[in-house]
Design a protein around this ligand. Sequence first.
Ligand code: NAD
Length: 312
Amino acid sequence: MSEPAPSDNAASGTIAFLGLGHMGGPMAANLIKAGHNVTGYDPVPAAVEAARAHGVPMAGSAAEAVAGAAVVLTMLPSGQHVLDAYRGVGGEPGLLSVAAPDTMFLDCSTINVEEAREAAAIALDAGHRSVDAPVSGGVVGAEAGTLTFMVGALPEDFEAVKPLLELMGKRVVHCGEHGAGQAAKVCNNMILGVSMIAVSEAFVLGEKLGLTHQALFDVAANASGQCWALTTNCPVPGPVPTSPANRDYQPGFAGALMAKDLRLALNALESTGVAAQMGPLASKIYDEFAAGAGAGRDFSGIITDIRDRSAT
Ligand code: NAD
């Protein structure tokens, strides 16, 4: 583990943790378990109660949490939430204006690449430091401290936050400068969304052709069809006993989150002019899935939609 520069208190000072939801709650608890001084803030009373139950001291306002903090860690629903919190909205002071000079703004939310670059630009303009560090690994990874962090940061800022991220995750990858963490996340999740649809369509085709799930799995898992969607999150019950398909598609990774991440991928494809076909189609398919019961089901439940549409 690399040590931050001796004068750098980003890895040792107080952490203001904003957004104590499904992910932020357990992440903050892991920082506290490791001995860090954390002050949380969340506007939703249920999140406040849950965080307190996990031992996270909670402030009455974002400004109160941020006062005196060396790091402002955000784990919020969207990029608009992050930018609003940074700038201030509805008469509330923006965090950038409340924080002490040279505060480390560490955003772990999943947001648009452009929004991440904008957040970094306004943080730097206000005399602060900025890191985007979205995660994969879900609530299970947040609780176990086994998340993967994809980090966009200047090299010295990456070194400063790495020890903190290692307390919440098992893999911390420096992907490049501001926005590169979000770029890596959006590319990875586009692969995941597209590959889950491909695996699901293959299983439904196998059913129609008279193949058992196990036979198709035994071949594809050891052949060129091998991928995470097949071998870890297998969309049919049986071959991978731990996959959500074995518990009626309880998430896991909910359809609403996959739809959100694919919309971010779509935005990135459009803004860069990539002539992609599969990513936009996957976005459309998961938007439809998440508009109904799929929102709260694991994203591998897409196979039931494909099977329903294939009924003759
Ligand atoms: P969540 O909705 O459970 O939590 C977000 C929290 O932020 C809520 O409690 C909300 O009240 C709070 N919040 C909103 N505005 C705020 C503000 N201005 N200040 C302080 N708190 C505020 O969402 P989550 O599942 O914890 O996800 C958080 C982020 O992590 C999202 O960007 C999501 O895409 C990403 N993510 C989630 C998962 C997952 O499996 N849940 C996995 C990877 C990444």
